[in-house]
Design a protein around this ligand. Structure first.
Ligand code: BTN
Length: 240
């Protein structure tokens, strides 16, 4: 079920407040806002307004036997990818970037913020259908910049379907097929990346795929390989 509100601070914060108030939110329930005035991005960034864009949140209820919740970033990224790619004239323009960014011609077109709250995971998704929220130092793009006009409600329908499907696949088929599909929707192996692991200097290297747990493998120029569990990742060619 999709509930739409005209204006709110943040759809993630709204779901967190409802959970904190003792409300039971089932999987499959979405809160979508026409406008957000205090939208939250990753790493404490702001995710501004974006009228005409998709801004919505839902919950995932991790259960016994599920894969690690850390892999929900990849699952959610793939769900957004699947929802969006069908609207594009050229599928190859859209790429996933670890852990859960979507790039259109190397510019950020969507963002995902996963937050743990009251034993569930809130998945917040913002997609630049109509305009691109400014993110200092990042190349950003909206689908309408490329002449691709996607209505918010049509996209919301596509996303709820793909999210549901990917969540069930994540639960039942395990990680291996998810990782394979994620990697084939990502930038190619060998792509130069800059990685900022928390509390460390920036690392430069080449994308060497995903570990069996879904971590990022980075081939460093000295021939060694680093497994990245967390951090900000940028295409090395993009400004940052
Ligand atoms: C990012 O920084 O890449 C993540 C952006 C996530 C934005 C979405 S919009 C809907 C949901 N509510 C929020 O406050 N943030 C997420």
């Amino acid at each position: 079920m999709i509930r739409i509100v005209q204006e709110t601070g943040s759809t993630n914060a709204d779901l967190a407040a409802r959970l904190a108030g003792g409300e039971y939110l089932p999987e499959g329930e979405w809160l979508v806002a026409d406008r957000q005035v205090a939208g939250k991005g990753r790493l404490g960034r702001v995710w501004n307004d974006g009228a005409g864009n998709f801004m919505g949140s839902t919950v995932i209820r991790p259960a016994a036997g599920d894969p690690s919740p850390a892999t929900l970033a990849l699952m959610t990224g793939l769900a957004v990818y699947e929802a969006l790619v069908g609207f594009l004239p050229r599928q190859s323009d859209l790429r996933l970037k670890w852990p859960n960014d979507l790039l259109l011609n190397d510019a950020k077109v969507a963002g995902i913020l996963l937050e743990a709250a009251n034993g569930v995971v809130i998945a917040g998704i913002g997609v630049n259908l109509h305009s691109a929220p400014d993110i200092p130092g990042r190349k950003v793009v909206a689908l309408s910049d490329l002449g691709v006009e996607i209505g918010r409600d049509g996209f919301a329908q596509a996303l709820t379907v793909s999210f549901d499907l990917e969540l069930q696949r994540w639960r039942t088929a395990g990680l291996a097929p998810l990782l394979r599909r994620w990697q084939s929707a990502a930038h190619p192996l060998g792509t130069r990346l800059t990685v900022l692991p928390p509390g460390e200097e920036a690392l430069e290297g080449r994308f060497a795929g995903l570990s069996q747990e879904g971590n990022l493998l980075l081939a460093l120029d000295d021939g060694s390989q680093r497994t990245i569990h967390a951090g900000d990742v940028m295409l090395a060619s993009a400004p940052h």
